[in-house]
Design a binder for this molecule. Structure first.
Ligand SMILES: C[S@@+](CC[C@H](N)C(=O)[O-])C[C@H]1O[C@@H](n2cnc3c(N)ncnc32)[C@H](O)[C@@H]1O
Length: 275
């Protein structure tokens, strides 16, 4: 028992495993994540409708969505994609969660086929070409390792039209300051979030100071098997994201205030990168 607990609580090597696909696509978890995504009182997977409206209005005002091609990566249930289409954009939403894509398809407004949803992994599947705008919203660059970010940024750079823009947000180092290491556990921990079966789960939160990375590590112990989820988050300074964008070949880089409901919240900031 002591050895098992020691293993569960051991600090993993930074970026030692990537489990995002399990979190978003394993059938029980995909359902849970979709519920969380649509829950207006939860900020775990998306922002409340009011904040999404505000972000979309800002993008429209800044980049005139009408007639523009927009690729929304990690579109989830299409909360941004459908609003872009309502404002006249020709939209492709991509996500690797079938559950979310099915929801997006069921709820998309049908305006002359100007919105499409594609089940795909943006790290490994081809992206469309000549896009006026590519969006990656709700800090979705942050769970990726440096190698994965390098791959994705190069693909996005390639997907943009000559005057195209990549619009996204990231967690700031201000948000890292608030991360506290700790352990929690329980039977059917997080109200049955992790499984329909009876289970015990442990959550360990770790800080990686040098890398400004945090990890929420979940160990789920079911009657027949045990499994783990690793939720990494990279926190950025403007200089750090600028360096990664320049490395990927982006020429213009501008920062905006965060996309949150409360503009004075400094836990995230927005970035607009051009070719
Ligand atoms: C935090 S949610 C944000 C969703 C949406 N942008 C929003 O703000 O409402 C992240 C989404 O990205 C998707 N996702 C994560 N990694 C992905 C990948 N490698 N390829 C495609 N989709 C991915 C997840 O399935 C999930 O729907």
């Amino acid at each position: 028992m002591y050895r098992q607990l020691k293993k569960i609580y051991k600090r993993p090597e930074v970026y030692s495993r990537y489990t995002a696909e399990t979190l978003w696509t394993q059938p029980h978890l995909a359902n849970q994540m979709l519920q969380v995504h649509l829950d207006q009182d939860s900020a775990l997977a998306s922002r409340p409708a009011e904040a999404i409206d505000r972000v979309v209005a800002w993008i429209d005002q800044s980049f005139e969505l009408d007639g523009k091609s927009v690729c929304d990566l990690g579109c989830g249930p299409g909360l941004y994609a459908s609003r872009f289409a309502e404002r006249g954009a020709i939209v492709l939403g991509m996500d690797f969660s079938k559950n979310s894509i099915d929801y997006a398809l069921d709820h998309a407004i049908s305006n002359n086929g100007s919105i499409r949803f594609q089940l795909g992994n943006y790290l490994t599947d081809p992206l469309p070409e000549q896009q006026d705008l590519v969006t990656l919203i709700y800090c979705d660059l942050c769970p990726l390792s440096p190698v994965q970010r390098e791959t994705l940024l190069a693909k996005i750079r390639q997907a943009l039209a000559p005057d195209g823009k990549f619009i996204f947000d990231v967690f700031s180092t201000k948000a890292f300051e608030a991360v506290q290491e700790g352990v929690s556990f329980g039977r059917n921990f997080m109200e049955g979030f992790w499984s329909e079966n009876d289970y015990f789960a442990f959550q360990g939160t770790f800080r990686y100071e040098k890398e400004t990375v945090s990890l929420d590590h979940y160990s789920i112990i079911e009657p027949q098997h045990s499994w783990e989820i690793y939720n990494w988050l990279q926190y950025f300074t403007p200089d750090k994201i600028r360096a990664e964008l320049e490395q990927a070949g982006f020429g213009t880089i501008e920062f905006t205030e965060g996309f949150d409901v409360n503009p004075s919240d400094e836990s995230t900031f927005g970035v607009v990168a051009g070719v």
